[in-house]
Unconditional design. Structure first.
Length: 267
């Protein structure tokens, strides 16, 4: 008896992918639903202490309260603008230095010791000096964000350039390619996947850094919400602030990931 093989069509493949995609999306939200269900279950059983962990409905009520009085939008917008300012400054410096240390070996030697010493210092350790240098205004917060974002972008940019096939540089040397064309035609396209990975990590670090900076000497922002909630002994405000940090950090990460897929067709 001859076996009958199923006919594979484009429509059947699309239908299979559609089912798989729905299953993956369902699995993706399963854990948050389970966590929320357990949290709500403990709340209904009155096993939670309101001053330590409020009921989920209290978080929703606080969110509505902050939306109505405008504080939610204000705090989010302040933090996002600070992140973007500090991040773009970090990107410009990190990109320039990352390219520079790979093109000019003497510049690499000149900067390596300082970079290796500064790199392990966490952004939060710079807060006292940032306040002394720039005060408690926005400049000190931008500086902290800059410190948090600059090193991941720099390291990934430099590593990306170093992984480019040496043959391209040899050909550029043979044809006496100008430095400008070397950067635009060989270095940037070749290192782009790694650069965008650095951007993704740097943006995540920038968001974490702004929260840390805003917890000291701020009157607005998501970090201020966390600090204010602690001062008022209101865990609902603290948890709302934490959720905002996580959600917007996720949105920023997703944006860069999608951008990476759109730009880099071959990777």
């Amino acid at each position: 008896m001859t076996a009958v093989l199923p006919i594979i069509t484009k429509e059947s493949i699309m239908e299979t992918n559609k089912k798989k995609g729905f299953g993956d999306r369902l699995l993706y939200i399963t854990l948050p639903i389970i966590v929320f269900g357990i949290w709500e279950g403990f709340a209904l059983a009155e096993k939670l202490k309101p001053y330590a962990l409020p009921k989920p409905v209290k978080i929703i009520e606080t969110t509505v309260e902050y939306i109505k009085n405008g504080q939610l939008f204000t705090n989010i917008s302040v933090s996002v603008l600070l992140v973007l300012e500090g991040f773009f400054l970090a990107f410009i410096v990190a990109f320039a230095v990352g390219i520079g240390v790979t093109i000019f070996p003497k510049f690499d030697t000149f900067t390596d010791l300082v970079i290796q010493i500064l790199k392990p210092i966490p952004p939060i350790a710079w807060i006292p000096l940032a306040i002394l240098w720039f005060g408690i205004g926005q400049d000190s917060k931008i500086f902290i964000i800059f410190i948090g974002a600059v090193f991941p972008i720099f390291l990934n940019t430099a590593d990306g350039v170093r992984t480019i096939d040496k043959k391209y540089f040899e050909l550029a040397k043979v044809y006496e390619t100008p430095k400008k064309q070397l950067v635009t035609k060989i270095i940037i396209p070749g290192a782009l996947p790694s650069i965008l990975t650095g951007v993704r990590l740097g943006l995540g670090n920038a968001w974490v850094s702004v929260v840390a900076a805003e917890m000291i000497g701020a009157t607005k922002g998501v970090g201020y919400m966390l600090s204010n909630g602690r001062s008022l002994s209101r865990p609902d405000i603290v948890i709302l602030g934490m959720l905002l940090v996580g959600i917007f950090g996720k949105l920023m990460d997703d944006f860069v990931r999608i951008l990476r897929k759109k730009i880099i067709k071959w990777n």
